[in-house]
Design a protein around this ligand. Structure first.
Ligand code: AMP
Ligand code: ZN
Length: 111
């Protein structure tokens, strides 16, 4: 499958690893929007949040349990979590990912 983030998981495209286990990979965004900008992705290819279902949601649970630990390890106790889903939300990489952004005061605007 021609998926950028699957290639990052495989290691064929380089990335700066922040965390990895059996089900997820976390790495630094190449174009950070905040002093800390980490992407957390499932190793299982899921196109977007719209692809989450009863068969694969266990990996989402694992990711959400890990996000506070990743944020804390990055020195954040206040941060924003974003997942863009589909074209109206400007999803550009079609492998589900969660943006953890922090290290500065964020805008109160959501869009
Ligand atoms: P989204 O617009 O929500 O689909 O987010 C995709 C994110 O992937 C953007 O924030 C990009 O900066 C980031 N990105 C794209 N290519 C790479 C890469 N090779 N390594 C790290 N982050 C990337
Ligand atoms: Zn993928």
């Amino acid at each position: 499958m021609d998926c950028l983030f699957c290639k990052i998981i495989e290691g064929t495209i380089p990335s700066t690893k922040v965390y990895e286990d059996d089900v997820m990979y976390a790495f630094r965004d190449i174009n950070p929007q905040a002093p800390v900008h980490v992407l957390v992705i499932p190793k299982l290819h899921i196109d977007s949040l719209n692809g989450v279902n009863a068969e694969n949601s266990e990996v989402i649970r694992a990711i959400f349990e890990k996000i506070p630990e990743i944020a804390k390890a990055e020195g954040l106790d206040s941060y924003r979590l974003v997942s863009n889903c589909g074209p109206d939300a400007c999803q550009t990489v079609h492998h589900l990912h969660f943006h953890i952004m922090g290290g500065r005061a964020m805008s109160g605007l959501m869009a």
